[in-house]
Design a protein around this ligand. Structure first.
Ligand code: SAH
Length: 345
């Protein structure tokens, strides 16, 4: 029999488990609290009987990921973590310190199947999905290391969250639970490369999180050059899914647009983007593309980025330029893992 990961259980599932074990309902609350506080052994659950501790030990385990290495920015304290998972795989996470607290960027998969050509996480393809508990544990590790509470989460590490749909939904449920990390949905952002079917599925759950769409192009032709997912879904289909989403969740959508020199950064591209997004409750986040070891994309120069932003604004679309954090530890998403794997070989 496969052992159950206690950190991947929602509160309701924990209640079902305790019922199945013939225990009273309040035990679920105790165990749920322990694991979501970061306790890693049953002996530490001091309000649980020895007998129950040993039953739990037979039937279940508690996800335990570790910080393999980290890089800390001397400029602003941004920290990049390389986490080792129980099975020898690695994922990355980042913490950024803002006035309102710590924002944690976490991974949802080991590697990624989406194959975006500018992204370091995609280079080795998808290895496996993370369990909800492995996403929770990234946050627990970061909180412990930082000695402070994480207040905001962005699902922008390695992986495509909507490609690991059920575990991500479960993660959102657990992380929001008042007996657990208790992080408000409005403080959580899920970023997707635009899986249309899953955006609609997510919309139907009506969870008031923030949705970010990695668009990175204003035409299918340009998008196909960097994002293979564009062969499956057109930009029109994505926009239609966004309207569907907004009908169910009246929360402004963010469009991410990584500016790559001479690929997608002209005034015409900006005009086209503005016309695509007109009438949508949204804003655009402009990101100077990070060059990665595997590809030699060049970021647009500051002047062109400002010109792009101005063009969007002139056409009624709000746009911000992403502030660079941790410039001295600059390693684009997925690079820490790639370099670590290479060095081990
Ligand atoms: N799969 C999800 C989330 C992970 S990536 C998605 O596609 O949205 C988080 C964001 O970083 C995405 O917008 C992604 O396109 C962007 N990104 C990846 N590599 C990048 C790079 N080299 N430079 C700038 N942004 C990058």
């Amino acid at each position: 029999m496969n052992k159950i990961d206690l950190l991947s259980l929602s509160y309701d599932e924990m209640e079902e488990l305790t019922k199945e074990l013939g225990e009273q309902k309040f035990r679920a609350k105790q165990i749920f609290k322990w694991v979501n506080e970061g306790v890693k052994s049953f002996e530490e659950m001091t309000n649980i009987s020895k007998k129950m501790q040993s039953t739990l030990d037979e039937r279940s385990f508690i996800t335990n990921i570790n910080i393999e290495s980290k890089l800390v920015s001397k400029i602003d304290g941004t920290t990049k973590y390389l986490f080792s998972l129980g099975d020898g795989n690695y994922v990355e996470g980042v913490t950024m310190i803002y006035k309102h607290g710590i924002t944690a960027c976490i991974s949802s998969q080991v590697g990624c199947a989406m194959g975006c050509t500018f992204c370091a996480s995609a280079t080795g393809g998808l290895v496996r999905n993370l369990r909800a508990g492995e996403m929770i544990d990234q946050i627990l590790c970061m909180q412990k290391d930082q000695g402070n509470r994480v207040s905001n989460i962005v699902l922008m590490g390695s992986g495509e969250p909507l490609h690991n749909f059920q575990e991500v939904i479960k993660f959102l449920n657990i992380v929001n639970d008042k007996n657990g990390l208790n992080i408000g949905n409005r403080h959580i952002t899920l970023s997707t490369c635009g899986l249309v079917r899953e955006i609609k599925m997510l919309a139907d759950y009506q969870i008031p999180i923030n949705l970010a769409i990695s668009l990175h192009a204003a035409s299918d032709e340009v998008r196909k050059k960097t994002m293979p997912v564009a062969n499956k879904y057109s930009i029109d289909q994505i926009i239609e899914a966004c309207h569907y989403y907004l009908e169910r969740n009246n929360r402004r959508i963010t469009f991410e647009y990584a500016l790559i020199k001479d690929v997608n950064d002209s005034v015409n591209h900006a005009k086209k983007l503005a016309s695509l997004l007109s009438g949508l409750l949204c804003h655009v986040n402009l990101i100077p593309v990070n060059s990665i070891d595997e590809k030699d994309y060049i970021k647009s120069n500051n002047q062109d980025i400002k010109r792009f932003q101005k063009e969007l604004k002139t056409n009624g679309i709000e746009a911000t330029i992403r502030r660079e954090m941790g410039a001295d530890i600059d390693a684009a998403c997925g690079q820490l893992r790639n370099r670590h794997i290479k060095n081990k070989d």
